[in-house]
Design a protein around this ligand. Structure first.
Ligand code: NAD
Length: 361
């Protein structure tokens, strides 16, 4: 039976980069037998423009029925003055929560062709390939109680709650162990167990799961040390699993090790394997509409979709190989070009990936 893909271009450069990813999907469907039905729906600012809400009911309905979702990016200056619950980012948080996309997989891969793009020395980052598995629907971003209160003395107090149940830790733990088993077999669980009780429980649950995954070697690291180790010697890591807050910060740091935000995809999965796939970058309003955006993070998000939600790992490999070939040919959008290097636009980059795919069999 055909798999259903819902494409949500969103705002800013979203529609431009998603159009290139569509070319790749359309090619695979037309020429390589990928059996998919593709639909589109507005989200974020585009959702607000179309239906008065960043996550229109019709979009959510289609999302629930889809096997996989492809998102461009949301947000932009036009929407910054909207009330908080109507802002584009609420669409994103809303869909993550509604679909229970609790496991966020963020690879940080440094393509050898782009080693010069990192701010770290090439010998520290060459060949970098780390996967960060971040818990996405729990922890301090969602914990109750939360708020800002005025105390008896007139001073205000802000508070949030860091909370994880054993079940929440176990399900992200399992995703991480399974991910590590498919990669290099090393999983580092990052916590703050020397200070936080939640982290103590986190560590205990990870330890309890470990014997079920004999091919995976589990280690633990405090988050402050992990931040340091990521910039000191990032290649020591294979898979990192951590909480929502720590993962938010560490995955951005890891992304920056590669120096090219326009190259990094991500996946957010739920327990049934349904996933939302998106580049890690935002809507880049500064370059929107100029045909300059790098579509490769979105194209690579399609590869992740094929691997994790559509069981088409050979096609995923082919896309990743095609991206490598395009880089080998020297094609660069402005964000990944060295000074003085010739550049190509968004559409030319997408076309080149499809050409490279067509040349492979
Ligand atoms: P951003 O990621 O949009 O842009 C940061 C910088 O990177 C900009 O200079 C931009 O031009 C560049 N950049 C980003 N993606 C690129 C690409 N594919 N090709 C070339 N250059 C690229 O982050 P920001 O400027 O902080 O945020 C802009 C808007 O995006 C805000 O409204 C923010 O809320 C939103 N945002 C959305 C998401 C998302 O949809 N998942 C994530 C982050 C930020």
């Amino acid at each position: 039976m055909s798999k259903k893909i819902l494409v949500m271009p969103g705002d800013g450069i979203g529609p431009e980069i998603v159009a290139e990813a569509r070319k790749v999907l359309d090619f695979l469907a037309a020429e390589r037998g990928l059996d998919v039905v593709i639909d589109e729906a507005p989200i974020g600012g585009a959702g607000h423009d179309a239906a008065g809400h960043p996550l229109p009911e019709a979009t959510l309905e289609k999302a629930r029925a889809a096997d996989a979702l492809l998102l461009g990016a949301v947000g932009g200056p036009r929407y910054e003055k909207l009330e908080r619950h109507l802002r584009p980012e609420r669409g994103l948080l809303g869909i993550r929560a509604e679909l229970e996309l609790f496991a966020n997989l963020r690879p940080a891969i440094l393509y050898p062709q782009l080693a010069g793009a990192s701010t770290l020395r090439a010998e520290v980052v060459a060949g970098l390939d780390v996967m960060i598995v971040r818990e996405l629907t729990g922890g301090i971003y969602f914990g109750q109680p939360r708020g800002i209160e005025t105390l008896a003395d007139g001073q205000r107090k802000g508070f949030n709650t860091l909370v994880y149940t054993e079940a929440e830790i176990e399900r992200i733990g399992r995703s991480a162990f399974e991910t590590a088993a498919k990669r290099g077999g090393r999983l580092c669980s990052v916590d703050k167990a020397n200070v936080l009780e939640v982290s103590e429980l986190w560590r205990e649950v990870m330890e309890r799961l470990a014997p079920e995954y004999p091919d995976v070697e589990l280690s633990h690291m405090y988050v402050d040390n992990a931040a340091m180790q990521l910039v000191r010697d990032p290649r020591q890591f294979d898979v990192i699993v951590t909480t929502n807050l720590f993962g938010d910060i560490l995955s951005d740091a890891a992304a920056m090790l590669t120096g090219s935000i326009g190259m990094l995809p991500s996946a957010s999965l739920n327990a049934s394997g349904q996933g939302m796939y998106e580049p890690i970058h935002g809507s880049a309003p500064d370059i929107a509409g100029q045909g300059k955006a790098n579509p490769l993070a979105t194209v690579l998000s399609v590869a992740m979709m094929l691997r994790y939600s559509l069981s088409q790992s050979a096609m995923a490999d082919a896309i990743e190989a095609a991206v490598g070939q395009v880089l080998d040919r020297g094609l660069r959008t402005p964000d990944i070009a060295a000074e003085g290097e010739a550049t190509v636009g968004t559409a030319a980059m997408g076309d080149a990936v499809v050409e490279a795919l067509a040349a492979s069999d």
